[in-house]
Design a protein around this ligand. Sequence first.
Ligand code: PLP
Length: 446
Amino acid sequence: MTAQPNSTEARDMAYHLHSYTNPRKLEREGPLIIDRGEGIHVFDNSGKRYIEGMAGLWSVAVGFGEKRLVEAARSQMARLPYYHTFSQKSHGPVADLAEKLVGMAPVPMSKVYFANSGSEANDTAIKLVWYRSNALGKPEKKKIISRIKGYHGVTALSASLTGLPNNHRSFDLPFPNILHTTCPHYRTGAEPGQDELAFSRCCAEELEALILEEGPETIAAFIGEPVMGAGGVIVPPEGYWAAIQDVLRKYDILLIADEVICGFGRTGNMFGSETFGMRPDIMTLSKQLSSSYQPIAALMINDNVYEPIANEADRIGALGHGFTASGHPVAAAVSLENLAIIEEKDLVGNVRRLAPHFLGRLNALERHPLAVEARGVGLIGALELEAADGAAAGATGARVGAILQRNGLICRNIGDSIAFCPPMIITAAEIDEMFDIVEASLEQLG
Ligand code: PLP
């Protein structure tokens, strides 16, 4: 692409190192500059309209241009634009949000800690688990089990939890105390003839074998997303979380539910933990917490986690952890208003009501000759495609992603899977519009 001199594109290409982007490809092709958003749509700087089929990055639950969130930010900005939560300081919005989240929790939780990203929330969760083990006089209990294809972020510690090679390769990760167990993808993991329940038992047996091999007394926690998102939208098979939790209970291992994508309605209940019968000790939250209008994340911990940590911090003098923007007042005020909108508009009910239609249209895509599998739950799903004639892994997904974008739909290609996660305000007609574009685009693929 030859960008106009001094255009946004040209300056972005010259100065901006992008996330999750091949820098050389960016230098050749230039960026797509998104200029504004309204409802389920965003518009680029030429005025072209796109359906945001991924709600940004699985996050803009209430859609773009929500004036109530603009007003919540403006009025908090005018009253108290910043304050911190170190050294016994606090403010109204963060206290209100902590109370609100504890009240919403699907299992008893006692405290909320605030961070700025899902990565920081997961990083903090692991640090608190280690702190707790030391507090309990079990310094050997430090290993964390995560899963192949799980996604938990990109800080050095959360990237170690992430079970995707791209997040480790050339970064000298993962850290040694982080182990990865089986990915619960039924289609690729099950033996021929094995039903979902049997496959789930098999995943739990593999987890137990890893625990026994490492020594149960060395394992502190297991972390998992209720539904794997960035690993390709992998919905757990029947009985999976029940079988996993049986093993964790047997060996006194904490469960961390990474609800960064599933939290606040995505799977048809307020939390993915409810949809899949999980009873976590720690929950990490972000994205739909503020609909990403402000950067914020939270982790909720139960008494079993909080009490030893509080005792240890009391003994030492203070908890040696905190971000300058932990519990930022503007982010907290926006989150409170965002949660009010989700509740008042019954967006979780909307997900539940629209899920059969969304999943019906998604599953119908399996008729395409290149389709391998459609999978989803609530308003999150993916279509996996076969690599077309000798194409490298991921090339077909990238091609489809580019065609969709040309046709006015932004989705996320994950390898050869195309992920869908539209804003939760979407209507049935808009779902049809979205999948009509997908069908037409797949025809153009040939
Ligand atoms: N956990 C999950 C399940 C995620 O999907 C993500 C991001 O996509 C993260 C953690 C990391 O969040 P962030 O990008 O805000 O650091």
